[in-house]
Ligand binder design. Structure first.
Ligand SMILES: O=P(O)(O)OC[C@H]1O[C@](O)(CO)[C@@H](O)[C@@H]1O
Length: 547
């Protein structure tokens, strides 16, 4: 990118923001077409950013900025399989995992499409065999429970998808063990029978200590219940490191591979999605991939003014860099998307939580925001107080389906939607002191009480939010939504001029943990550590001594 032209445009956007006059409430009053101007659709999916403090000039400047950052060129490079993950020398081709009918991409002489289809077929055959009972446990009983053992990208996507697609879940129950805390695997296994349980060990590298420790514990659990020879029928694996899987002892016909051009946090579409496929069936899983592919095509071809991932990214960047908001809240008014915020925490923060530009210099703007959230309406009764009246402005992203899966409970859904709409309206409009006073006086409160309490009942308003609406959370829509967020992260990463596809920031803690294990175990002295660490270790040992 042309950095100096880009920096000038950032400065111009900041000046534009500083010079902006009027509130969003006034902007809506002045322009009846505001919603039509600042919303866009792709099929039934609608993105509304009219409740953000932008005007036509802002959008024009942001579009120009996307040009200066060469968004189109960077996007083409990703789809074409160029090695845009420059610190790891890898292509970034999660989009190839869902491009099942189009032209394949060749990476290092390998046709990705042929490989993707081969693995997908193998997954489908295995999923069908498990679902039908053809691939039974060692004692001949049908598998009723699958336990996916993985962490980060090998866990969050499948967990989120399994919850999101619960209405389509007609296969074995799916459980997920990620944490190295023994409580996680203990509490998961305590109600399961080894005879009817299948473990899927999911790890891109097959070296992640949490996953390998949990996998060993699971193997011992099976061996104890059914004997060593039973293990083969109760394990499958998903990895790029096929040699390490073989060493662990999982038979090759139960191993499903993927490739280094699939980042962990972008891997739910690969064999990492196996537990989801077993739960909802290959046909529904395919619909998820098809939905994601539709979004890929939209991202590739829609003009910027109508391109949902680009728009979501530009607005996200505007909030972070120009408005300097430190965080964004993602609030699905869709209970089945309850783990979307956790999924997005990894997708967004592991991708864009960086401080170094692509050419190795220090970034000149803030990068990825803190991403967090909980489903609505629950969040309303917890942290929305701060969102409405706290001293920081936190942009909110609402997601909601027009139609629920429970027609007999439509009145619940109507209430859900009314709440979602009410919240974004309240963030935008707020309530002035005069309005608060008038309301209180109308309720017959004493003027002295009104004077005292009214300031507490003022809402600043002008707090930005984005709303994403869709018809119904079906597999295809789910795929489109997740791909929308993936590409939004790409757009913001492009504007930050960083590599969104590595994750060196997770390494240091891992290295130190390895060194600290013997210290915690009491085999090595803690004295060489910093005083806090040594003090904490000493306290742990004292507490353990007193058990
Ligand atoms: O799939 P793996 O190799 O076990 O890695 C799990 C997760 O660990 C990380 O490397 C971070 O520690 C993530 O990027 C990844 O999704």
């Amino acid at each position: 990118m042309d950095q100096s032209s880009f920096d000038k445009q950032v400065a111009a956007l900041r000046e534009h923001r500083a010079a902006a006059k009027g509130t969003m409430r006034e902007a809506f009053a002045a322009d009846p077409k505001r919603f039509a101007t600042f919303s866009a659709t792709d099929g039934d999916l609608l993105l509304d950013w009219s409740k953000c403090a932008v005007d036509a000039d802002t959008m024009a400047m942001l579009e120009k900025l996307a040009g200066a950052a060469d968004l189109a060129g960077r996007r083409a490079a990703m789809f074409e399989g160029k090695k845009i993950n420059i610190t790891e020398g890898r292509a970034v081709l999660h989009t190839a995992l869902r491009n099942l009918t189009g032209k394949g991409v060749v990476v290092d002489g390998q046709d990705t499409k042929a490989e993707v289809l081969a693995v997908l077929d193998a997954m489908g055959a295995f999923a069908d065999a498990i679902r039908s009972g053809k691939a039974a446990g060692a004692t001949g009983k049908k598998i009723t429970d699958i336990v996916n053992i993985g962490i980060g990208g090998s866990d969050l996507g499948p967990v989120m998808a399994t919850l999101a697609l619960a209405p389509y879940h007609d296969g074995p129950r799916a459980h997920y063990v990620s944490n190295i805390d023994g409580a996680h695997i203990h509490d998961t296994l305590k109600d399961l029978s080894a005879e009817t349980t299948l473990f899927i060990v999911a790890s891109k590298t097959f070296t992640t200590v949490e996953t390998m420790t949990n996998a060993e514990t699971a193997r011992r659990w099976v061996e104890k219940a059914l004997g060593k020879e039973a293990v083969g029928k109760h394990f499958a694996a998903v990895s790029t490191a096929l040699d390490l899987v073989a060493k662990f002892g999982i038979a090759s016909d139960r191993v499903f591979g993927f490739w280094d051009w699939v980042g962990g946090r972008y891997s739910v579409w690969s064999a990492i999605g196996l537990p989801v496929m077993i739960a909802i069936g290959p046909r529904n899983f395919r619909a998820v991939l098809d939905g994601a592919h539709e979004m890929d095509e939209h991202f590739r071809s829609a003009p910027l003014q109508k391109n949902l991932p680009a728009l979501l990214g530009l607005i996200g960047w505007w909030h972070r860099v120009v408005c300097r908001y430190p965080a964004r809240a993602v609030i699905p008014y869709d209970q089945r998307l309850s783990r979307l915020p956790a999924y997005l925490q990894q997708l967004d923060m592991e991708s864009n939580g960086k401080s170094v530009t692509l050419d190795g210099g220090a970034v000149t703007t803030p990068t990825g925001p803190l991403v967090w959230g909980e489903p609505g309406t629950n969040g309303q009764h917890a942290f929305f107080q701060l969102l409405h009246q706290g001293t920081d402005f936190i942009p909110v992203e609402f997601l909601a389906a027009a139609v629920g899966h429970e027609p007999e409970l439509k009145h619940h859904h109507d209430l859900l939607l009314a709440n979602c709409l009410a919240q974004s309206e309240a963030f935008m409009k707020g309530r002035t002191l005069e309005e608060a006073r008038a309301q209180m006086l109308a309720k017959g409160m004493k003027p002295a009480d009104v004077d005292r309490i009214a300031p507490h009942r003022v809402f600043s308003g002008d707090r930005p939010s984005v709303t994403i609406l869709y018809r119904k959370l079906d597999p295809r829509t789910f795929g489109r939504l997740v791909a929308l967020y993936e590409h939004r992260v790409f757009v913001e990463g492009t504007l930050f001029n960083i590599n969104s596809f590595d994750q060196w920031g997770v390494e240091l803690g891992k290295e130190l943990a390895t060194g600290l294990l013997p210290v915690v175990e009491g085999k090595e002295n803690a004295a060489k550590r910093d005083a806090s660490t040594a003090g904490l270790v000493g306290h742990i040992h004292r507490l353990r001594g007193s058990e």
